[in-house]
Design a protein around this ligand. Structure first.
Ligand code: SF4
Ligand code: SF4
Length: 474
């Protein structure tokens, strides 16, 4: 057993209000410069929709991630040899129009405009050519289902569903999907890079691009199935979400999580067995990847794991953070959070709690909990295609548990009584529900973000900020 530490994130889609506040501080801090205009390390998409860049989920077009070939894993776009032979032509790269042609507005016109009958209007100008442009697409183009009648059929999550039914006005559903780099355990971007410029940090699992080694081949861009590596035209290097590692090293959470208005994000530490990554990624069926992925996550409360971790040099404060980790609780303990498109086989480490949605009629009988899930506005099949490679069972369990927590707390608050009957059916007890309710509904920052920080009494961490990771600091 080779125990490694991963800083991971859980996003509770039930609470995302689509305000995009997460994207803005990220943009202002990390990609607010020349060459990075079109990059959004964090973006929020509307679902259903085809997202940013267009149709990123459709690997028949983009050929990102891994596929199983006779029991062994291979990159969907071909291995090192194939890339070397085609190194000057990568047919799988998304074009700028698939992301969007970045634009800005002539804000000066609001101030300089001479007195006139009508208010001056702001016209968009391309940040590539400087010319006035007609807007065609953007990172948030489908917000609130805009244009869904055109783009909806391109959403691959309608697999096994009749998309025409769900695009009708009375049946349509919607939720938001915030996205960032998944900091995968089996990152296709790292495996795709001919220069070896991408790497996964040993101390916390953050995937980074070595700007000195990057030669701008861009195979990481096409290799990432989530399309979360970008090419900076100014520097000629690849760039991607860095999980705000300079903040993490100082014990602070990421900017997107810290600024999240809906308080949907949780950041913490997970332990996993690195020796079993290949075994999990090679699970025979797509549906088997999520359970196999879950299986390599280790329980920090298990005394044997704790002993092995200590023996392998994992610091006590990292273990303490792992034990209090909100992400461990949501992912492994309660199985509420699920990975995004596990069928890409990169073993993503940003997980999502599926959203509850309105039902057509109020549930009165707790035994109806199963059918309740089928009467929700967002089809379970759609969520399963998004989060569990089409396996509905884990999605149903998560939704049932979420709805049981709601119902239990509502009965307690309104009727002033406990109703453990609703919990029995979903394998929870009163203590678990109280902890879940606290974590999902009222947890303050210190409980939502649990990161290992330097033990008190040692040198000031800020002196070492940016110079070392957790391992060196301790
Ligand atoms: S999501 Fe991030 S870590 Fe995973 S393949 Fe893409 S860029 Fe690499
Ligand atoms: S800030 Fe939070 S609530 Fe708002 S869009 Fe981002 S993830 Fe959703």
């Amino acid at each position: 057993m080779n125990i490694k530490v991963q800083t991971a994130m859980v996003l509770n889609l039930d609470k995302c209000i689509g305000c995009h506040t997460c994207s803005i501080p990220c943009k202002n801090v990390w990609t607010n410069r020349e060459g990075a205009e079109y990059m959004w390390f964090n973006n929020v998409e509307c679902k259903p929709g085809i997202g940013y860049p267009r149709k990123w989920e459709n690997q028949e077009i983009h050929r990102g991630g891994w596929t199983l070939d006779g029991g062994s894993l291979r990159l969907a776009a071909g291995g090192r040899m194939k890339k070397s032979l085609n190194i000057f032509h990568n047919p799988d790269l998304p074009t700028i129009d698939e992301y969007y042609e970045p634009w800005d507005y002539e804000y000066g016109r609001l101030i300089d405009s001479p007195r006139r009958t009508h208010q001056p209007s702001l016209r968009p100008r391309s940040r590539i050519t400087g010319e006035p442009m007609t807007l065609q697409w953007g990172p948030n183009w489908e917000d609130d289902l805009a244009g869904l009648s055109e783009t909806g059929p391109g959403d691959p999550n309608f697999k096994d569903l009749d998309y025409r039914t769900y695009l009708q006005f009375r049946n349509v559903f919607m939720f938001w999907l915030p996205r960032l780099c998944e900091h995968c355990l089996n990152p296709a971007c790292v495996a795709s890079c001919p220069s070896g410029a991408l790497y996964k940090r040993d101390e916390d699992g953050i995937v980074l691009v070595d700007q000195e080694r990057c030669r701008g081949w861009r195979y990481c861009v096409s290799g990432c199935p989530y399309k979360k590596v970008y090419f900076n035209w100014k520097t000629g290097r690849a760039e991607k979400c860095i999980f705000c590692y300079p903040r993490l090293e100082a014990g602070l959470t990421t900017l997107c999580a810290h600024s999240c208005v809906g308080r949907i994000r949780y950041v913490g530490v997970l332990l996993y067995d690195a020796d079993r990554i290949a075994e999990a990624a090679r699970a025979p069926q797509d549906k088997d990847v999520y359970p196999a992925h879950l299986d390599i996550l280790l329980d920090p409360n298990d005394p044997e794991i704790a002993r092995a971790a200590r023996f392998q040099g994992i610091a006590p404060n990292v273990m303490a953070a792992a034990r209090r980790s909100p992400v461990h609780a949501l992912i492994r303990e309660w199985r509420l959070a699920l990975p995004l498109h596990p069928e890409f086989r990169t073993l993503p480490m940003v997980w999502y709690v599926p959203p509850l949605s309105p039902i057509t009629r109020q549930m009165d009988d707790p035994s109806e909990a199963g059918s309740l899930i089928d009467r929700m506005r967002i089809p379970v099949t759609y969520l399963a295609n998004l989060l569990t490679a089409g396996d509905e069972a884990p999605v149903r369990l998560a939704l049932k548990r979420l709805s049981a927590v709601r119902r239990f707390m509502r009965t307690r608050r309104v009727e002033k009584r406990d109703d453990p009957q609703v919990l029995d059916a979903v394998g929870l007890d009163t203590t678990a529900v109280e902890r879940l309710y606290r974590l999902l509904a009222i947890a303050p920052l210190a409980e939502r973000f649990v990161l290992p920080t330097r033990p008190a009494g040692k040198d000031d961490l800020f002196i070492q900020q940016g110079a070392c990771g957790f391992g060196d600091a301790l």
